[in-house]
Design a protein around this ligand. Sequence first.
Ligand SMILES: NC(=O)N[C@@H](O)C(=O)O
Ligand code: NI
Length: 174
Amino acid sequence: MKAAEPGTRSVTAEPLTAAAFAPFGQVIDTAGTAPRPMNAGMARRFHDLAAVEVVGEGARVVVGLVEAQPYALPLRLSLVERHPLGAQAFVPLSAAPFLVVVCPDEDGKPGRPRAFVTAGGCQGVCYARGTWHGVLTPFGARQDFVVIDRGGPGENLAEHTFAHPWTIHLPGGN
Ligand SMILES: NC(=O)N[C@@H](O)C(=O)O
Ligand code: NI
């Protein structure tokens, strides 16, 4: 089979759904989860939406805040990463969509990327431990996020640079 010419490798993002994302992690949103009342009915909780697995000596779950600048679209994807010691969750603090790029693992290397656009609102994602993913990718405007992932000792970042970049498009082209 003729190899793709450099620069012609493109992927079009699809809407993010729990089923489509299941091989890569979990979707964090209120759809499909019955809320639990709390605080005498003054609040309601959508419980246990994602699991943030962390492994290794001294591993801790940590919470951070991220101020992320927007990326130009279509996205030129040349690098993906993964965290072998922990899951990583991002929940937006502003109700806008962002781009999520993941890859299946093929013998320790990332395979063909899959891209998703979140639904907007405050829909987030939790990458399962060891899942290849692009870095956090807002578009259109700066977007701030809560990040929940692993703290503690050990090397928790593996990166891969594609020999030929991928171009990631939103549905509809750009
Ligand atoms: N480095 C960091 O905290 N963020 C990345 O892992 C990312 O997925 O954006
Ligand atoms: Ni990451």
